[in-house]
Ligand binder design. Structure first.
Ligand SMILES: Nc1ncnc2c1ncn2[C@@H]1O[C@H](COP(=O)(O)OP(=O)(O)OP(=O)(O)O)[C@@H](O)[C@H]1O
Length: 556
């Protein structure tokens, strides 16, 4: 209720601000055709009071005040608009690039820091004095000097957004940098950019008026600041009543337009942050994915070909060993559960197997489906690049299904992203619809946004997405962690059923030991970064019996 009241108040402010700005825009468009005199024409008596001929009187030179105001509105709004566009564009582009690209970040960030500490007013004055204060010089100078503050804000947002699962997924689908920036990151930044645009507009209006007032504006164009300069420069203005029509109209014009823009900007910031908090809360309460059904076709032997193979794999962050050197192999067509206490390194190991960790953090080699993920491939002496095709050779299901989807894109848009571009849109849609039906979801959900799906539906949709290209390997990192026990079992069974049906290999990271035993052919136990057990189901049951008998509740 309170939120509604606040939103209504902000809406009212926004409408009021918008109406004031719209009035000025209308004045700038139609005003000059209503004015009977050119703004610089010396066609009247000096200091005539407002009359039918001179609606707002004349100034000390006999120039028509009304004409000055309406022509000045056109120039002021044009400068505001051009500066706002240029400055907002630079903030967005450079902020996106700095946040997304580690290579460009130091350069762009240093540039922004340098501009932030420079006294911009002084710079503008110097440039204006050298260039004669022309309109275009002012636009370019202001545009180039006012992007750094918001660029840093956008950079910070991108740094956080790019770690979200849906961005990672888009990268794994093979989305290019500009595609991800445009499609997945930019939509989140619109509220910031809108505010930046309005504030830059206001700043440019004030700056233009100020520069004209102190005499370094464009001498060839009408300006409210110049009208004030003229009025203040004549002592008669204050000795007679002339100040009422020479000073008040341009002052009111500057005050009103900046007030209108301020109201719009403030309302925008407030309502955007409130809506964002509500949206984030809604997203945070959405649940997760995947798994299990035991079938009778457990392989007789573990000697079949390893589809996931790690050799001397070791993960180190800043000198701290997270995964101690280990070797493992997961056979084709099997389900393997990776269990372990919280913090034992399960997620780190899963990410290493899928090639999601920086090369500097990983030693040893990993191969999936015979393709290199880390280390050298057979006969391959280059270290760069991953031979494994993500989403084709292997897919990865992140822990949180709600954040695995981009909340601003429909489910359908995100499915089509995962399908290679070689086919038509209709064909892609048909494949996506079929994938949804496979996990007992209605194809109508393709038109829905992620927040319109329940936790179970999102989990199913995520399975469908992961299975879309029928990859050889599926790595699922605690896919059912946020679901209730019944749904957890249901989703797990669905995932395992599909994995078995397609002859895929599943590596399931889970805390749920009963589910792991029920589902998996093989169970691996990780403890403090060490692989301490690797047992098939029968061995596991015997081992658990021993553990219980000796009342030892430890993995080691
Ligand atoms: N990017 C990182 N930088 C530094 N340390 C990290 C990083 N990611 C994980 N770690 C550390 O690695 C250890 C293992 O974390 P990991 O998330 O792999 O554990 P986990 O077994 O998956 O835990 P949980 O079951 O709680 O998810 C933790 O001590 C964690 O602090």
């Amino acid at each position: 209720m309170n939120r509604m009241k606040r939103l209504n108040r902000w809406n009212r402010l926004k409408i009021t601000g918008g109406a004031i700005v719209a009035l000025f825009i209308a004045t700038a468009i139609i005003g000059p055709s209503l004015a009977q005199f050119a703004p610089f024409a010396l066609e009247g008596e000096r200091f005539t009071i407002p009359s039918r001929v001179h609606w707002l009187g004349t100034n000390s030179l006999g120039q028509d005040i009304f004409s000055g105001i309406v022509h000045g509105a056109r120039i002021t709004l044009f400068i505001g608009l051009a500066v706002a566009l240029l400055s907002t564009f630079l903030s967005a582009l450079l902020g996106l690039l700095a946040g997304y690209s580690q290579r460009l970040d130091p350069l762009l960030n240093s540039l922004a820091n340098m501009l932030l500490v420079l006294p911009s007013l002084l710079l503008i004055l110097i440039v204006a004095s050298f260039t004669g204060g022309g309109m275009w010089q002012l636009i370019i100078t202001l545009g180039l000097l006012t992007w750094p503050g918001y660029m840093r804000l956008i950079r910070a947002s991108v740094l956080s957004l790019k770690e979200r699962e849906f961005v990672k997924s888009a990268q794994l689908f093979g989305g290019g940098t500009f595609y991800i920036l445009r499609k997945h990151l930019l939509p989140f930044l619109w509220p910031i950019l809108k505010t930046k645009f309005i504030l830059s507009f206001r700043q440019a209006v004030i700056m233009e008026a100020s520069l004209s007032f102190i005499g370094v504006g464009d001498p060839n164009r009408p300006s409210w600041g110049k009208m004030l300069q003229q009025a203040f420069g004549t002592s008669e203005t204050w000795m007679t009543d002339a100040w009422q029509w020479t000073v008040l109209p341009p002052t009111m014009a500057i005050l009103l337009i900046t007030l209108g823009l301020a109201l719009m900007g403030e309302a925008d910031v407030a309502s955007a942050s409130s809506e964002r908090i509500v949206a984030e809360k809604a997203i945070a309460h959405k649940p997760k994915p995947v798994l299990s059904k035991k079938t009778a076709d457990t392989p007789d032997s573990w000697a079949s070909q390893a589809v996931i193979a790690a050799d001397d794999l070791c993960v180190t962050y800043a000198g701290e060993v997270i995964i101690e050197p280990l070797s493992l192999s997961v056979e084709s067509g099997t389900v393997t559960a990776l269990i372990g206490q919280s913090g034992s390194g399960k997620t780190t190991l899963a990410r290493a197997l899928y090639g999601l960790l920086p090369h500097a953090a990983v030693q040893g080699s990993v191969h999936i489906n015979g393709k290199r993920v880390y280390g050298w491939g057979q006969g391959d002496k280059s270290e760069a690049g991953i031979g494994m095709r993500r989403w084709v050779d292997a897919a990865f299901i992140f822990q949180d299904s709600s954040s695995s989807f981009n909340p601003l894109l429909t489910v359908g848009q995100q499915f089509t992203e995962a399908i290679p571009d070689l086919i038509t849109k209709q064909e892609k849609r048909r494949i996506a619809a079929e994938a949804l039906r496979e996990v007992q979801l209605n194809e109508r959900l393709l038109e829905h946004y992620p927040h319109e799906l329940s936790g179970g539906m999102l989990s199913r949709a995520l399975i469908a997405l992961a299975l879309l290209n029928k990859p050889a390997v599926l790595i699922a990192d605690e896919p059912t962690a946020a679901l209730d026990p019944i749904l957890k079992r249901e989703i797990l069974e669905l995932m395992v059923e599909k994995v078995r049906e397609y002859g895929m290999t599943l590596l399931l990271i889970t805390h749920d030991i009963p589910a792991a035993v029920h589902t998996a052919d093989k169970i691996m136990v990780l403890h403090s970064g060490k692989m301490v057990k690797c047992l098939n189901k029968d061995e596991w049951i015997v081992w658990q019996g021993l553990v219980q008998e000796h009342k030892v509740w430890r993995f080691t």
